[in-house]
Design a protein around this ligand. Sequence first.
Ligand code: MSP
Length: 511
Amino acid sequence: MSYYVTTPIFYVNGEPHLGHAYSLIAADIFARHHRQRGEDVFFLTGTDEHGEPVSQAAEKAGMAPRQFADLHAKGFQALVPAVNASNDFFIRTTDPRHIKRVQEVMQRVHDNGYVYEGEYIGFYCPRCADFKTESEIGPGHRCPIHEIELTEEAETNWFFRLSAFEEPLRRLYAERPDWVLPEFRRNEALSFIEGGLRDVSVSRARLDWGVPLPWDPDQVMYVWFDALLNYYTALGFADAGRADLTGRFWPPRHIIAKDILKFHAVYWPALLMAAGIETPHSLYIHGYLLMDDKKMSKSLGNGLDPFAVIERFGADSLRFYCFREVSFGQDGSISPVGFEARYETELANDFGNLASRVLAMVERYRDGFVPDGRPDPAVSEAPDGLASLPSELIDAFDNSELSAALEVIWRRVRRLNRYVEESAPWQLAKAADGGDAAARAALDRVLYNLVEGLRVITLALSPYIPQSVETLLDALAEPDRALAEFGSRSGGQMVRRIAPLFPKIDPDKAA
Ligand code: MSP
């Protein structure tokens, strides 16, 4: 089974902030989880380099757009390994191979009769690169997203017959009720369609930073059409001139935030239909990370620098925090104080200590040798037993509930911690030392269950905190990376003690 997941491609009009990292990490968690299920995964991210948002930022910086885009694309290219994202390809829309394929698709849309020449007048936000509909115009003719004043503009350019797709889009929404998730976002998109669709301009006459229209090279393509097509064009050349991966991976699953819902849930499927290309598998719309109750964004200047957080705490802590603190799909506030609290109580104490304790006990009591054993109902059975971990986890992932899935795992972390306290291996060890054979057997059983519990939990956590998981799986002598059933390994391996996975925060350096 193939699984193709994408992030939005990011505008190169500034430095990446934590909001961008969030989408990237979300898509990475999906990709890693589906690889663990043995699926054929392709994970795409990249940068959106044409159009007004970038050409305006370049002008402000006194640079040529190309030079500016090259410079800022680097920041996003560096973000990918920094958050430890396992993408298969990074697309830049200035790549000539992308441009060529965009032109081919748009020519098809043209030849199929879905574009015409006309005049457009409307309120325009250059940062969104979007003419706003009436309901999208905020008080004082401002953009509700960027809080800047909208300008009324008129242009003669080429139009895409979006209105022709009202019926086909309604059908798409009726036939595939969960193609846009969560449901309240689907309803938002559907009501936009039901409000009536106006044709949209697909070209810009007064801009030269973009993809020339193949049938009218004096105009460049509206950046959104160029950008959306990245999801399609990339598969054509991601394999370095070898296979075209489109047949293997199309259709995609898109991860985006609500600011770009309309483009993905309305324009994009219509454009694909007009070109005769299969529509995406699904869209998942996540919420915003907020700081001081405001959306982080470049234009509002309140973004948190992900590189700084990662340098201090590591990528795993950031990945964990984002999906633990904010329920995936909702907006949620993040803060340095909240971050440190989660780090200490959950990563360092709940999980890090559990791992250290279990490994240290096996080393102390059994010289690192894990006794053979079988699942103990005291830790495997419901509620929150380890036996049901994989199935509950898969259900949560299949509903795209990344925070609920993490809670499914965390309930097992807590359960295993309780098991340590309840079974008190140190007392069993003492009694065993005094010659108590039953205590010795009980200690074997407990140690086996602790190691096996830690192993299945660690594997389940690998999409969230992949670096720490690698260290731990190595210490656990676990060669596999697939999701595992509790009790599927019988013991007999040698494990070793590790340094704390999440060391205490140095108070001198804390925020
Ligand atoms: N270039 C367009 C997308 C084209 S996709 C074909 C664009 N770029 S962007 O750089 O502005 O990135 C927008 C996306 O970044 C959002 O949809 C979201 O995925 C992510 N986020 C940006 N700020 C965010 C938050 N504060 N919180 C969560 N995600 C955020 O729009």
